[in-house]
Ligand binder design. Structure first.
Ligand SMILES: *Cc1c(COP(=O)(O)O)cnc(C)c1O
Length: 435
């Protein structure tokens, strides 16, 4: 399988696409063509791992990792990804819980897969790979957890000082010596700009073998298709019907993986994006130009994205706005509605949901009754305990902390604070990794 750049540059194999993260022309890697899903070898009731291996196998054709697929899948999907049945007035309503991994957000799947792949890839020379990642909260924790203690790989996580939740900060700063946590005196945009500058700096590139684990890496995207495939197959086997999905969306990585699963032939109906007040995707589908916007701050911080980068992939794969509106729809949800849903789902169903997951509930509840009687699966992208300062006052009780998160909160933490400039970053990297 070859992967081509969204901007037309030459195609590369999976291994190169994983190691580079971004194409030489600045574009994002996409599969040259999507394979048709073949359930032939699967048992009648496959496990998530069996489905995942079947979905991923064609993408590994010709890769040095092909022989490792099973162990990569086993390492990535170490935790459960259940669909919880919710009572509804009409059709089927389920909640796909993606938050049972080490850092209690769906990004554990993509980060775990990328770590499993990169640590098995043969490397040129004996330089340790240095993964630079800018984070507004959840990505950095998932990446740090996935690469913690991996021999031959180092990680530097840049986060905006004082602008992540207390528990997110803990998840960014509690790891072993191969993970450097950098609190940047600036915004998330400053962190991202700094990572870009570092990648482009000849002097730093001579000293370090940089790689990226941001959500633009195709290795973050591919494994996410597997839980949609598995969920859709399970639902279809039970009911004979395709499930529609409502997916909390920021950078569009999670939802794109669902669309790709449908493109591969899995029984998935509609894909509906739930965004917060960062509404560029919805506006674009309704006819606005695709222009970067400054992100606005909302309660669903992990979705505060002004210019979702995976749209470049979606447009390359499906075409521009008028055509795209047949592929996907989007609806924006306000902070007021987020709060109302957190409260309401607790009262009605004793569910504790995070602010991101609340956007999916808001979109579902805005559907007309006739549409609610179809088959809907809402996606829970993070555990409520990660955002307890928002959730607890609304539901009037403390949220039980899941075991993996509790273990992280027990660990000591350390971070180096730097100014948002390249010299400070270079100095911190040298101090940590060039001794
Ligand atoms: C990252 C994140 C999202 C947004 O996912 P995208 O793939 O960027 O669309 C939603 N919810 C949570 C909890 C997240 O961490």
């Amino acid at each position: 399988m070859k992967f081509q750049s969204t901007r037309g540059g030459g195609a590369v194999g999976l291994d190169t696409a994983l190691a580079r993260g971004i194409a030489a022309d600045g574009g994002l890697f996409v599969p040259e063509s999507l394979p048709a899903f073949d359930s032939g070898a699967l048992p009648a009731e496959p496990t998530l791992r069996q489905t995942a291996a079947a979905v991923l196998e064609p993408f590994f054709a010709g890769s040095a990792l092909a022989g490792h697929l099973e162990s990569i899948v086993a390492e990535t999907l170490k935790f459960e990804i259940p669909v919880v049945n919710l009572d509804s007035d009409g059709g089927f309503l389920g909640l796909l819980e993606l938050h049972h991994g080490p850092t209690s957000a769906f990004k554990d799947v993509g980060a775990g897969f990328l770590a499993a792949c990169l640590s098995r890839l043969p490397r040129e020379g004996d330089d340790a790979l240095l993964i630079l990642v800018a984070t507004s909260g959840d990505t950095g924790g998932a990446v740090a957890a996935a690469f913690d203690e991996r021999p031959g790989i180092r990680v530097a996580v840049l986060f905006p000082e004082g602008r992540v939740s207390e528990r997110q900060e803990k998840q960014l700063t509690c790891w072993s010596d191969n993970v450097l946590s950098l609190a940047v005196r600036g915004s998330f945009d400053d962190c991202q700009a700094l990572v870009k500058q570092a990648f482009a700096d000849p002097e730093l590139r001579r000293r370090f073998s940089f790689s990226s684990a941001n959500s633009i890496n195709i290795g973050r995207l591919l494994p996410q298709s597997t839980y949609y495939a598995h969920t859709a197959l399970g639902h279809f086997a039970k009911t004979g019907r395709s499930a529609n999905f409502i997916i909390p969306t920021g950078n569009l990585g999670n939802a794109l993986a669902c669309i790709m699963a449908r493109d591969m032939g899995l029984p998935i109906g509609e894909v509906v994006l739930a965004t917060n007040e960062n509404r560029l995707i919805g506006d674009y589908l309704a006819g606005a130009d695709w222009l970067p916007r400054a992100s606005v701050r909302t309660l669903a911080t992990a979705m505060d994205v002004g210019h979702p980068s995976n749209m470049e992939r979606l447009r390359q794969m499906h075409g521009d706005a008028p055509v795209l509106s047949a592929v996907v729809s989007a609806q924006s949800v306000s902070d007021t509605e987020i709060e109302a849903q957190i409260e309401r789902q607790f009262r009605r169903r004793s569910l504790e949901i995070c602010p991101h997951t609340a956007t999916a509930f808001a979109v579902y509840e805005s559907l007309p009754a006739a549409r609610q009687s179809e088959d809907w699966i809402l996606v829970a992208t993070a555990h409520a305990a990660k955002f307890e300062s928002i959730v607890e006052p609304l539901i009037g009780k403390s949220v039980t902390v899941p075991a993996p998160l509790a273990a992280i909160l027990e660990r000591p933490s350390s971070a180096v604070t730097i100014d948002p400039d390249l010299e400070a970053l270079g100095g911190a990297l040298a101090d940590a990794f060039e001794r």
